[in-house]
Write a protein that binds this ligand. Structure first.
Ligand SMILES: Cc1cc2nc3c(=O)[nH]c(=O)nc-3n(C[C@H](O)[C@H](O)[C@H](O)COP(=O)(O)OP(=O)(O)OC[C@H]3O[C@@H](n4cnc5c(N)ncnc54)[C@H](O)[C@@H]3O)c2cc1C
Length: 422
């Protein structure tokens, strides 16, 4: 059965969320700007401002909704989460206010799935309560998209694991209370068993920050502005019980977190693009040129129509993906998630670019959020895996099902088909 309706009780929650995000979270974006701001646990004024908002979200039963019931969350499922994330995606601060900020969401998921009761009590609980933030430390300076190139390693010495190597773009590491680190434990093994995952408390001796790397949209003047840690693990020692999952299960644990993360980004992208489209419409009916409103020019109408059509198509893809995750066996949504990952960067590019164009010089200025959104585009096409890698994965999944033509001509060859009828 197909059904595109939202049940009225949940719609009431969504309505509450939209008003709340517009009136409260978007204001936080203005008061405390900067990509790192929502993770900065040292910013007392910002922390004091978000606490009562987080309490309101908790009172509504909307806190940390990414976790399913069996993992200790409210268990709304991915479809409802998609509808929620469309609203959360409007604002930089909203994910923190709703307890659904990456990479904490993915880290919470793998702690809930693979953590021991002690690990859950020590790391998952404060993370879920919004008291701390965390880091996922996988990419290395010499390798990102291909984990076979990772060299950061770990070995056992007595009652401890020793970790040595470098990691790159470990987001939020300057604020994190702990890091989840992927390291090679059996270099000779197949990639699926070569690595293990470790929990490293931030204050562990030997964990060195080479520098905090900033994004292009952040200030180049102050190198310390960045939040993406270039880290060196100088024989960092953690107790044996700080392995997350079993020995050699690092790849499996990493895979478990990345699928959800990608589709959550796609859901939030719908929200950001909707906001840009709303801005285009407002501009089109406000600004005049050559004696008429922008809205009366066909080029402008085309930009708005193309944006609305593409956004609706993308939204349906994301919602279908969420539905498949909820209703079909684990792994069934893999190709769809790849499609979402590829398409979100494309649609974000097209819609934000048109929104900037319609706003003219104001669009490229720093007086609208569009410029900062635009600069976030390359990250969307890279974080959680480059577009190309996901395209290859989508194509391979389809090609695996392909069968060669039965003869010299394709199976759709009309003369051959007619001959077959005789
Ligand atoms: C904002 C942001 C936050 C991030 N946060 C984290 C984090 O918290 N933790 C973490 O571990 N990592 C993080 N990353 C790193 C991210 O996971 C990597 O950027 C990503 O996996 C790509 O790796 P790379 O940057 O080394 O690029 P590379 O692997 O060097 O790829 C560079 C380019 O090469 C091409 N390419 C690569 N592989 C293929 C292929 N198979 N086929 C065709 N072309 C290919 C693509 O054009 C690709 O964009 C973050 C990245 C960004 C942008």
């Amino acid at each position: 059965m197909w059904n595109f309706q939202t049940d009225p009780e949940f719609q009431a929650k969504l309505d509450w969320m939209l008003t709340f995000v517009k009136n409260e979270c978007e204001i936080l974006d203005l008061r405390f700007p900067g990509h790192g701001a929502p993770y900065d646990t040292t910013h007392a004024e910002a922390r004091a401002a978000i606490k009562p908002l987080q309490d309101q979200v908790k009172a509504q039963g909307l806190w940390a909704c990414h976790l399913d019931a069996h993992l200790g969350g409210p268990g709304y499922g991915q479809l409802k989460l998609a509808l929620m994330n469309e609203i959360i995606g409007r604002s930089y601060w909203a994910p923190t206010v709703f307890g659904t900020a990456a990479p904490d969401t993915g880290n919470a998921e793998i702690l809930a799935m693979f953590g021991t009761p002690e690990q859950k009590a020590k790391y998952l609980q404060p993370l879920m309560d919004g008291d701390i933030v965390s880091t996922f430390s996988m990419t290395e300076p010499q390798a990102g998209a291909d984990p076979r190139e990772f060299t950061c390693k770990a070995w056992r010495e007595g009652d401890e694991w020793v970790i040595e190597g470098e990691k790159w773009f470990s987001s939020n590491s300057r604020y994190a209370a702990f890091l989840i680190v992927l390291a090679v434990t059996d270099p000779e093994a197949h990639i699926s068993n070569r690595m293990s995952m470790f929990i490293v408390p931030r204050e562990t001796p030997g964990l060195e920050t080479i520098r905090n790397v900033g994004l292009m949209e952040e200030s180049l003047d102050d190198p310390e502005e960045g939040i993406h840690g270039y880290l060196r693990y100088n024989k960092v020692r953690v107790p044996l019980d700080h392995m997350l999952g079993g020995p050699g299960e690092g790849f499996k644990v990493a895979q478990a977190r990345l699928g959800g993360g990608r589709v959550h980004h796609a859901m939030r992208t719908v929200g950001k693009c909707q906001r840009a489209l709303d801005m285009m419409v407002e501009r089109a009916v406000s600004r005049r040129t050559q004696g008429k409103l922008l809205a009366d020019h066909q080029f402008v109408q085309g930009m708005i129509a193309d944006s609305a059509i593409e956004l609706e198509q993308f939204r349906l893809l994301v919602i279908k993906t969420a539905w498949v995750i909820d209703n079909e066996p684990h792994g069934a949504a893999r190709t769809l998630i790849g499609m979402c990952k590829v398409q979100m960067a494309k649609i974000y590019h097209d819609i934000i670019q048109r929104a900037i164009q319609l706003h003219g010089s104001l669009g490229v200025s720093n007086e609208l959020p569009l410029g900062s959104w635009w600069m976030g585009l390359p990250s969307l096409a890279l974080a959680d895996g480059p577009t190309e890698v996901h395209k290859v994965q989508v194509a391979k999944a389809l090609l695996k099902q392909g069968r060669p033509a039965p003869g010299l001509f394709p199976s759709e060859h009309i003369p051959s088909r007619l001959a077959g009828l005789r």
